[in-house]
Design a protein around this ligand. Sequence first.
Ligand SMILES: C[S@@+](CC[C@H](N)C(=O)[O-])C[C@H]1O[C@@H](n2cnc3c(N)ncnc32)[C@H](O)[C@@H]1O
Length: 300
Amino acid sequence: MYAQVMEGLRIREDGTYLDGTFGRGGHARGVLQQLNAGGRLLLMDKDPEAILVAEREFSADPRVSIHRGSFTDLAHWALAQQGLDGVLFDLGVSSPQLDVAERGFSFGKDGPLDMRMDPDSGESAAQWLAQADDREIADVLWTYGEEKQSRRIARAIVARRDDAPLTRTAQLAELIASVVPRGAQKIHPATRSFQAIRIFINRELEDLEHGLDAALAALKPGGRLAVISFHSLEDRIVKRFILQHAKAPPANRRMPVEIAFTPTLAMIGGSRKATEAELAVNPRARSAVLRVAEKLAGAA
Ligand SMILES: C[S@@+](CC[C@H](N)C(=O)[O-])C[C@H]1O[C@@H](n2cnc3c(N)ncnc32)[C@H](O)[C@@H]1O
């Protein structure tokens, strides 16, 4: 999605841009290359390891500022409040988060059952699974993973933890595989559950809703918002947010007085998917969807 993001942001060389999900800086580097000495790039990530990489690579560049935290907090970052020409959110987990067993995101690599993007805040997956009741666990698996076996898995987790706490990713993956009928599915039986627990533990959908509001407030008129989502629940939130600000709600025959609607965003193109060439290099981009919107002149 690299080329499409660069095109979607329509970068001005003296503009101020925020990459709210630095990761390992693939997109950030691309933005920076297009800025002149007057341009600014603000970098955020929840993950301390991402921030270390950002500091190592960019702290000497006077155009770059770095802040560790959730993009939901961008209203509290004074630099971001001076007006942004573009905001990028590339949602979900980064490849290093998935690939390093110690982060506890992967069912394929044994590690501590953590799954927090910010390991210094909130509960780990192990802590949550140790005390949530089976109904709550089943709801999370169903809501964020569309896991059809959610109740069966939740009951198995609660029964197993009475014998010994679930502390490792491999324990959880094996437990799920032992209770889910393999059937014809090609993916590992723990795929949906791991995704669901990760989304829940990191409050990913709540963060996205608040982050979109914060981004719109911080954008200058004419500024662009680009969001890459990896999950249909995320994409639905992004699409609804853009439409809500771009199009008047359908007329309601029961309302005697029409409520005036002033659009604050314009949708730029439709949803974009990764090209075949990108997929050949990065197969994880298969479920990625990019949406772009522009803040309208006259919007507050
Ligand atoms: C898909 S990766 C981004 C990859 C990045 N665009 C690149 O080119 O390397 C997502 C990153 O966003 C971070 N992240 C996810 N939600 C966040 C949030 N609410 N606030 C800040 N960072 C977040 C994750 O820690 C992860 O490093």
